[in-house]
Design a protein around this ligand. Structure first.
Ligand SMILES: [Zn+2]
Length: 173
């Protein structure tokens, strides 16, 4: 490791610690030339699979592509950029964990949809309609109604806001 101050190559590690999640090792080093200190970070190189497109072409996995698809689907929806980044992180993590050399693009699309479904239903339908390129309107409506059925099973989000306010009976003096 080259010293950022003097460019010397000799240094010694004076402290080494693991990040909270254990993904990163942080090393404090001291240059043996100028004696100044600097920090280096070491992490495992993530091996992401190649993406196999519908037309059989292979492409390098590109998180920006997924992110921009998500942004488009979530336009004007109450979903933060931070949440979208988390969705992509989770998908990346799943792909790395699976350890496959190649993964069909459709497989990634399904993963995205599964996560969007829980995040924002409007965004989900938008993404699904673009991504799945439904063969006909009927297929799309089927998907939509399945989704709506699922939604109906859920309890209302803010029942308290709609509950009638109860007035306490006043104590008689
Ligand atoms: Zn130095």
């Amino acid at each position: 490791m080259k010293c950022p101050f003097c460019g010397g190559f000799d240094n010694r590690v004076i402290d080494s610690r693991l990040s909270a999640g254990g993904e990163v090792t942080r090393r404090r080093r001291e240059c043996e030339g100028c004696e100044r200190r600097y920090t280096t970070y070491e992490r495992v190189e993530e091996v992401l699979p190649l993406v196999v497109k519908r037309d059989d072409r292979r492409e390098v996995f590109d998180r920006m592509k997924i992110l921009s698809g998500l942004r488009r689907a979530c336009e004007k929806r109450p979903v933060s950029e931070e949440l979208l980044e988390k969705v992509v992180d989770r998908i990346e993590r799943e792909l790395v964990d699976a350890g496959d050399k190649e993964v069909p693009s459709t497989h990634i699309g399904e993963k995205v949809m599964r996560q969007l479904k829980d995040l924002d239903q409007v965004a989900y339908v938008r993404f699904a309609s673009v991504y799945r390129s439904f063969k006909d309107i009927r297929e799309f409506m089927d998907e939509l109604s399945t989704l709506l059925d699922r939604g109906a099973e859920r309890p209302p989000e803010r029942p308290a806001a709609f509950a009638p306010t109860r007035t306490e009976p006043k104590e008689r003096v």
